[in-house]
Design a binder for this molecule. Structure first.
Ligand SMILES: Nc1nc2c(ncn2[C@@H]2O[C@H](COP(=O)(O)OP(=O)(O)OP(=O)(O)O)[C@@H](O)[C@H]2O)c(=O)[nH]1
Ligand SMILES: [Zn+2]
Length: 186
C-alpha cells in the first residue's frame, strides 16, 4: 500500500532541495496534496483485474472492440505522465463476454502504476486472455510522453504506438479486421 506520510516527508525534502520554502502559504499543504495525488494516480498497485471481472453468457463469438479509451499513466524512468488512448479488441470464448466498462477498468489497473508503455500493453493483453479466457486479443496504445515533450529531446507531437496481439487475433484476416475497426473512426 502507498505510504502517504513517507511521500509527504520526501516531497518536503524536494521542496527544500530546490530552494523553496516549504512553510510558505502556497506550499504548506503541498506535500499532503502530492501524497494524495500519488495515491490516486498510482492506485493500480492495490488493484488487480480479478476485481473487475464480470462475465455474462451471451451467444456471441465475434470481435468486440472498445476503442479510444483515454489513458493516463506515469513513466517509470522520470515519473512524468504519459497519456493517450488505448484500443482493445477481443474475441470471446464459450459465449462469455464481459461488461464493456470492465475492459476500461482493466486498462486502468495497469495504467495507474509506474510503467513502460510496452509492458503495460502486454499486461493488459495477457490479463484479457487469461482472465476472460478470450480466444484472441489485440491491444493498441498510442501515447505522448511528457518526458519526451517538456524535457530531454523535446519532441512535441511525437506519439509512441505499441501493440500486443494474442491467440487467434494473430491470424492475418482477424488481425486486419481488428486494425480496420480500430482505425475506422479517424
Ligand atoms: N521503451 C520505452 N522507453 C521509455 C518509456 N518512457 C520513457 N522512456 C525512455 O527511457 C529512456 C531513459 O533513458 P536515459 O538515458 O536513462 O534517461 P535520460 O538521460 O533522461 O534520457 P533522455 O530522455 O534521452 O534525456 C529515454 O529514452 C526515454 O525516452 C516507455 O514507456 N518505453
Ligand atoms: Zn520518461
Amino acid at each position: 500500500m502507498i505510504d502517504r506520510e513517507r511521500i509527504e516527508k520526501a516531497v518536503k525534502e524536494i521542496l527544500i532541495a530546490i530552494g523553496e520554502d516549504p512553510d510558505r502559504e502556497g506550499l504548506k499543504e503541498t506535500p499532503k496534496r502530492v501524497a494524495k495525488m500519488y495515491e490516486e494516480v498510482l492506485s493500480g498497485y492495490s488493484d488487480n483485474p480479478e476485481n473487475h471481472l464480470v462475465l455474462f453468457t451471451e451467444k456471441y463469438d465475434e470481435m468486440i472492440i472498445v476503442k479510444d479509451i483515454p489513458i493516463y499513466s506515469m513513466c517509470e524512468h522520470h515519473m512524468l505522465p504519459f497519456f493517450g488512448r488505448a484500443h482493445v479488441a477481443y474475441i470471446p470464448n464459450d459465449n462469455k463476454v464481459t461488461g464493456l466498462s470492465k475492459i476500461a477498468r482493466i486498462v486502468d489497473v495497469y495504467a495507474k502504476r509506474l510503467q513502460l508503455q510496452e509492458r503495460m500493453t502486454e499486461q493488459i493483453a495477457n490479463a484479457i486472455m487469461e482472465k476472460l479466457r478470450a480466444k484472441g486479443v489485440m491491444v493498441v496504445i498510442e501515447a505522448q510522453h511528457l518526458c519526451m515533450i517538456m524535457r530531454g529531446v523535446k519532441k512535441t507531437g511525437s506519439y509512441t504506438v505499441t501493440s500486443a496481439v494474442k491467440g487467434v487475433m494473430r491470424n492475418e484476416p482477424t488481425r486486419m479486421e481488428a486494425l480496420f475497426l480500430i482505425k475506422g473512426r479517424q
